[in-house]
Structures are given as structure tokens and as C-alpha cells.
Design a protein. Structure first.
Length: 414
């Protein structure tokens, strides 16, 4: 390859393993299932523990198979370092656990994934306050910032109503105020959007979703962009203020989130996720094509009262999504008219799977208010615009004609 030209997105993922040292000419990094690593000389083991010698000591913190996945994610997100975790929730929780302290304050998007919302509520009980605001409006984010605010958290596209955060202007605000800016990129994936372009400090991905793609492994990741000034962040402990200052935060995150909290990613899961990631761009393009076709079909059907998708011209953040994202994603939601029972509608589907999860190769459907947002209660759901009839669709890679036929059968019988 011409060294003067950076390889493309898919090329860099597919060939990432073999461009780094790899055993026996393997095309994929092997699964290193060992827990511990032995050294011929004690000084080398000590050097690994103290960070003066490259190597591995214990797989809760570092593992060769996981490291190979982390390097792929660096390339995907144009980051300088990545730490992988057992799940996406472990990744988010480890950020708060590792970098914030009692009395600190978070400003978060109001339109959050239900489990992330629940997690932040749990941290509130531990003395870390959270203010939830409509992050589609940067002015509301600015109004919520206090002297003790340390971090702003947003998702690229909200699940399930597809609101798009005002990420460019929030990034500029965080840079001006010296705040950690965390962007959860799960709903878009690094193929559709790279949060480094909006000055994100840390990027979260649930690897379980689009990056893995096959619904066969759990995982999460935090990628450091190198844009935040960790030297001005008081919560970095003295022992982690060594080496490249751009890596102080991710170094503390690895130590606290993996060594102390133990939220480690297993090597076999890392292998599944790494192999799945190779086709991310191909899958996402097919899924986005299918999504556009399905949304257009449902928009024209009088049994559907409302559809929510950033690709629709009438979507409140359509112009913003068009500017930020390569494509408007493969998630949408819709409400049926009152005469159509959403449960009966879903039960009539044959191709579409009634299931939680998203980002799978298969198209998945779930009644939102009764499942993933049930614990929030009716009042909070209403404030988030989640109607009882709302159905979320995660679109897969099936033949689009089969998907449309499935929707048509389910609607016609209603």
C-alpha cells in the first residue's frame, strides 16, 4: 500500500490485526483465553505492573485479543486509545465511577436509553448529581451547567424517538467551559458518524450493537480522542499523572474500571466482536437502505399515525442529522392509530422478530412503553414523548421486499 495515503475505513478494520504483530501469520488475532502471563525474569513482571515495560500481567486489565479489538476501535473512531468493557453499560458506568467523585455534577440528555437513565439515577444515590435536559437545544445544556459540573453526556440519536442532540454546539460549549464531553455513538456507529468531529472527549460504543452486528457477544468501549485537557482536571489521581497527558483519563479509566471495578471483556467475546466489525460499513449501508424504504412505506399507510426517523424531512432535527451523519441510521419508531392493537400487530409478523436489542442483522421490533421504558413510569414516559402504542424497529439486512410484505400482512389483518 502507498504509505502516503491513509487506508479507507473498511480496509483499516479488515487488515488491522495483521498490520500489528500477529502469531503464525494468522488473519485474525487468536483468542488468548489465559488469565495470567509468565515472565522469565522478575524485573520484567515488575516492569509490566509499573508501566515501564510493555506486556501483559492479568487479563482483567489487558489481554492480547482484547487489545487487538481496541486498536480496531481506535482506527474506527480516529481515537488515540480505547478501553473495552464487558458491556456498553459497564463502559458508561466505568466513566462515572473512575473519573467523578461525590459532589460532582453531570448534565445529561433527557432523551436517554432507559438503562443509562437508571444508571445515572443510581449514581445520584451515591452523591453524584445529574441534571437531565433537552440536548437538542444547546442553550438548555448551558443553563444547566454549575460550578461543580464535570461532564456532559449525550447520545447521537435518542432511542426510541430519534431526537438528535445539538452535538456541534455542545462540543464548543464543553471546550469553552473545560468539561468532559461524552458522546454515546452506539445508535450511529463509527461508520455513520465520528464524534471526534464535534470535539468529543470520550466516545462510548456498545459493541453488542452495530459494531459486533450479529447479536452473539456483549461488549462496550470508551475511546479517548485526545482533545480534552486532563492536566486541568482535578480528579486525576497523582499516580496516573505520568506519560502523555492526553492519556491520563483513559489510563485512570482502565485502572479503575477494569482493575478495581472488574468490568472486563472476555477474549472470546472480543474475538466475535472484532470479526463482526469487519463488515460494519457494508451492513450499515444495507440497513439504512432498508430503513428508508420501510419508513416511506409506513408514512404512506393510514394505519400509522406517526413515524419518527431523522431521515424524514419533517423530523425536527432533519437538517442537523443530514449535516452530521453519513446516513440517518437504521432505527426508527412509529405509532399506530387507536384502532390497531400494537400487540396483535407485532404477533402477526413472521420475518420481523419480537425482541429487544438493536443493531442486529435481523430486524427486531419491541413495544417500547411496556418493556425497555416500563420502569420509568407513565409520567416520565409522557415527558419523553413515548406513547403506549410506540413501536421501535431496529432494521436488519433482510431483503427489503420481504420486510415490506411482513409489515403489510401485519397491518392488513388489523
Amino acid at each position: 500500500m502507498d504509505d502516503s495515503r491513509e487506508p479507507g475505513f473498511t480496509t483499516s478494520i479488515v487488515h488491522s490485526d495483521r498490520w500489528d504483530p500477529i502469531e503464525h501469520g494468522s488473519m485474525h488475532k487468536p483468542v488468548h483465553s489465559t488469565v495470567a502471563y509468565g515472565y522469565e525474569e522478575t524485573k520484567d513482571l515488575v516492569g509490566v505492573f509499573q508501566g515501564t515495560h510493555a506486556g501483559y500481567a492479568y487479563s482483567r486489565q489487558v489481554n492480547p485479543t482484547v487489545t487487538a479489538l481496541e486498536r480496531k476501535l481506535d482506527r474506527m473512531e480516529r481515537g488515540i486509545a480505547t478501553v473495552c468493557f464487558g458491556t456498553g453499560m459497564a463502559a458508561i458506568g466505568s466513566i462515572v465511577f473512575s473519573l467523578l467523585r461525590r459532589g460532582d455534577h453531570i448534565v445529561s440528555s433527557w432523551f436517554l436509553f432507559g438503562n443509562t437513565n437508571s444508571l445515572f439515577r443510581s449514581f445520584e444515590a451515591q452523591g453524584i448529581e445529574v441534571t437531565f435536559v433537552d440536548a437538542t437545544d444547546v442553550d438548555l445544556v448551558a443553563e444547566a451547567i454549575r460550578p461543580e459540573t464535570r461532564l456532559v453526556f449525550v447520545e447521537t440519536i435518542a432511542n426510541p424517538r430519534t431526537q438528535v442532540s445539538d452535538m456541534e454546539r455542545i462540543g464548543a460549549l464543553c471546550r469553552e467551559r473545560g468539561l468532559i464531553y461524552v458522546v454515546d455513538n452506539t445508535m450511529t456507529s463509527p461508520w455513520l458518524f465520528q464524534p471526534v468531529d464535534v470535539d468529543a472527549s470520550l466516545i462510548v460504543n456498545s459493541l453488542t450493537k452495530y459494531i459486533g452486528g450479529h447479536g452473539n457477544a456483549l461488549g462496550g468501549a470508551v475511546t479517548e480522542t485526545g482533545l480534552f485537557d486532563w492536566t486541568a482536571f482535578d480528579n486525576i489521581y497523582p499516580e496516573y499523572r505520568t506519560g502523555d497527558p492526553r492519556r491520563w483519563g483513559i489510563q485512570q479509566l482502565r485502572k479503575k474500571g477494569l482493575r478495581d471495578f472488574g468490568a472486563a471483556l472476555a477474549p472470546e467475546a472480543a474475538h466475535h466482536l472484532a470479526v463482526g466489525s469487519e463488515t460494519l460499513a457494508l451492513r450499515m449501508e444495507r440497513q439504512c437502505d432498508n430503513t428508508v424504504a420501510l419508513v416511506q412505506y409506513l408514512e404512506a399507510d393510514d394505519r400509522v399515525s406517526k413515524a419518527y426517523y431523522p431521515g424524514l424531512p419533517e423530523h425536527p432535527q432533519h437538517a442537523l442529522a443530514s449535516r452530521l451523519f453519513r446516513r440517518p441510521g437504521a432505527i426508527f419508531s412509529f405509532e399506530l392509530i387507536d384502532d390497531v392493537d400494537p400487540f396483535a400487530f407485532l404477533d402477526r409478523m413472521n420475518v420481523v422478530v419480537r425482541s429487544t436489542n438493536l443493531g442486529d442483522n435481523r430486524t427486531l421490533a419491541i413495544p417500547v412503553a411496556h418493556t425497555i421504558y416500563f420502569e420509568l413510569g407513565a409520567e416520565r414516559r409522557a415527558s419523553m414523548g413515548i406513547a403506549d402504542s410506540l413501536i421501535r424497529i431496529s432494521v436488519g439486512i433482510e431483503d427489503v421486499g420481504d420486510l415490506i410484505d411482513d409489515f403489510e400482512r401485519a397491518l392488513a389483518a388489523g
